[in-house]
Structures are given as C-alpha cells and as structure tokens.
Unconditional design. Sequence first.
Length: 159
Amino acid sequence: MTGETVASVQRAFPAFTDSSIRRHHKNHVQAKLVAKLGTMPTMNSADLSIRLVALADDVQAVRNRAVVQNNSSATLRAANSELTVLRELISTLGISDTDATALMAEASALAQAVGQVARDYPDFGRILAAELASDAPELSSTILAISANRTSLNDKETP
C-alpha cells in the first residue's frame, strides 16, 4: 500500500518468497488500492492543468539544482522529464506547435541573455536573484551560481 517494491518487502521479510509476496499483492493489496482510487474525486481539466503546471515547476527545480551542482546526467534526465510534462501541458491547454516553438525560442533567448549579463555583471546577477528569491527560488539560486562562478548557462550544460 505504501509503494514498496517486491524486492524491498522480501528483504524486510526474508521468510516469504517472491511468488508469495506477489500473490498477496494480487489478492489483497490491489483490491484495496482499487477501492481507494474509486473514492477519490475525479479531476477536471482545470485541476489537470494546475497539476501539470505544478509538475513542470517541480521538474524545473530539479533541473536547476542539477545545473547548479554541475551534474550533467541529472540535468539531462530532468530536462527530458520537463519536456515530457511541458508537452502534456501544451497539449492539454491547446497551444499549437507553432506558438510553443515561438515561446520556447523567446524563453531560450531570454535565459541566454540573463545568464550572460549575470556572468558579466555579478552585481546585476545578485540583484536579479534577490528579486526572484520569493517567486522562483530555484531560478534565483541558478543565477547566483552563474554570477558567483562567472560561467554562463551554456558552460554549465554538457551534451
């Protein structure tokens, strides 16, 4: 019920076999999960959009932390997850591919410009980070890291 894997349950209870744990899950746990899901309220399109926006924010925060930590593999995984969530959000909101491409190009250009200015003018980077601290703390941290290290966003990302 808590989402544990069969392997973790088997480690906790070595007397039980893999097949007995799976059988218990099938005969008892699955039925409880299905009953629990049946009592949950259904989501409407507005709820789904809000949830997708929250997921996109969460994934962006993970990606920003990975960039700050200079962890290229985590950055790529987070970017891929972010792209998946954003595609679903774009589809749900009915944004056309053309509009999405234009918005992404504008956002990329803005991010590059802000990163370059923060690198070239660390004082500006610190001021911008302070302004973003309450509304976008992960972005604020990224800008502070760029200003402190004097490296651009491009320098942080590894293909």
